[in-house]
Design a binder for this molecule. Structure first.
Ligand SMILES: C[C@@]1(CC(=O)O)c2cc3[nH]c(cc4nc(cc5[nH]c(cc(n2)[C@H]1CCC(=O)O)[C@@](C)(CC(=O)O)[C@@H]5CCC(=O)O)C(CC(=O)O)=C4CCC(=O)O)c(CCC(=O)O)c3CC(=O)O
Ligand SMILES: NC(=O)C1=CN([C@@H]2O[C@H](COP(=O)(O)OP(=O)(O)OC[C@H]3O[C@@H](n4cnc5c(N)ncnc54)[C@H](O)[C@@H]3O)[C@@H](O)[C@H]2O)C=CC1
Length: 276
């Protein structure tokens, strides 16, 4: 007979177990993720107004889409997307049939139809096939909800109210977007480039902690607009400090850059004089 030990009794005791040390848990929310559907097949049933908004999200995430809907039910925007993105969207011009879910390998199913009976049938079928599904008109039949999304280049902000107030979610999204500092999206692009260059000069896995600390320091000490205006030359100057854990400020980097540019021009002029 094997004795069973209570797993809880095996957990070590740490000095810092004051409840105020860690953030309190608020149960009942959603798990907010950034789901990657690039080149994965998503089935969208319905072609109305809501389906048109789903298409925008799916195309923005580079999904491969199968849209199932009779031609008479197409919203003008859905029709437009079908025509302009025919390489990404396969259009099936009829009502949904159960075989639609078994003829190809599918990552997600979305329904946006005005027929709750058909919606529930699709939901039940998805569950029997283990497919994650969003049924726009029946929240209890959603494995995930959509949210109100602000998109600006690489930046995506999603507001969710957990099904309580979708219109409020859209209003909050606008307020959040209006409060973002100028140059936010450009700053993110430039930080992405800097991180890539940093990985080029410090590729080793063991350096992860040092890389992260240095990058965090850069993000904290430069303003968004300064990051947004960073040139490749500025990045090179900034990266010179990485080895010693130094983060030069915006003004210093610009100064070094312009001094070097001046020196290069002097060298070039001297070269030309020498050639003459
Ligand atoms: C549960 C959820 C499931 C899901 O769809 O994933 C759901 C369900 C339902 N919405 C309904 C109504 C409306 N939905 C909107 C708008 C949006 N709805 C979105 C998401 C969600 N809607 C998920 C919860 C997300 C959350 O709460 O955080 C947004 C955020 C994202 C998106 O859909 O892309 C998008 C705003 C996008 C933007 O503009 O930024 C508007 C306003 C409008 O159209 O302008 C109205 C009318 C006004 C109102 O009711 O508030 C009804 C019918 C209710 C009825 O019959 O009375 C149901 C079904 C029900 O609740 O039973
Ligand atoms: N989640 C959300 O954001 C919102 C959800 N809704 C709900 O979502 C549903 C769809 O809304 P809308 O797009 O505005 O409706 P809509 O009436 O514009 O479009 C419904 C679409 O479903 C198609 N359809 C119906 N039965 C079908 C079937 N068996 N197979 C394939 N296609 C079928 C129709 O041809 C039409 O294209 C409604 O039930 C609505 O209450 C409404 C507003 C927002």
């Amino acid at each position: 007979m094997t004795s069973t030990t209570d797993p809880l009794s095996l957990i070590p005791t740490f000095p810092n177990e004051d409840p105020s040390t860690y953030p309190p848990i608020q149960p009942g929310g959603s798990l907010i993720l950034a789901w990657q559907v690039r080149n994965k097949r998503v089935i969208l049933v319905g072609g109305g107004n809501v389906a048109a908004t789903r298409l925008v999200h799916l195309l923005s995430a580079d999904a491969l889409i199968t849209l199932i809907c009779p031609p008479t039910g197409l919203h003008p925007e859905t029709a437009y997307r079908l025509k302009t993105h025919s390489s990404r969207i396969t259009y099936i011009p009829r009502p949904f049939e159960p075989s639609d879910l078994t003829t190809s390998s599918i990552s997600l199913v979305l329904t946006a139809i005005d027929d709750p009976i058909a919606s529930t049938e699709i939901y039940t079928l998805c569950k029997s096939l283990n497919l994650p599904v969003n049924v726009a008109d029946v929240p209890p039949e959603c494995d995930f909800y959509f949210g109100s999304v602000h998109r600006d280049g690489p930046l995506q902000i999603m507001v969710s109210t957990g099904g309580n107030g979708p219109k409020l979610a859209a209003m909050i999204r606008r307020k959040v977007a209006d409060s973002l500092p100028k140059g936010t999206s450009e700053a993110i692009v430039k930080v992405g480039e800097l991180r890539k260059m940093l990985r080029g000069i410090a590729p080793r896995k063991e350096e992860g902690a040092k890389r992260m600390e240095w990058m965090s320091k850069v993000c904290e000490s430069w303003e968004f607009e300064e990051l947004a205006g960073m040139t490749e030359g500025d990045m090179k100057v900034l990266l010179e400090g990485y080895e010693d854990g130094v983060v030069k400020g915006y003004k210093e980097v610009k100064l070094v850059g312009s001094v070097r540019k001046g020196e290069e021009e002097d060298d070039r002029r001297e070269g030309q004089v020498g050639d003459a």
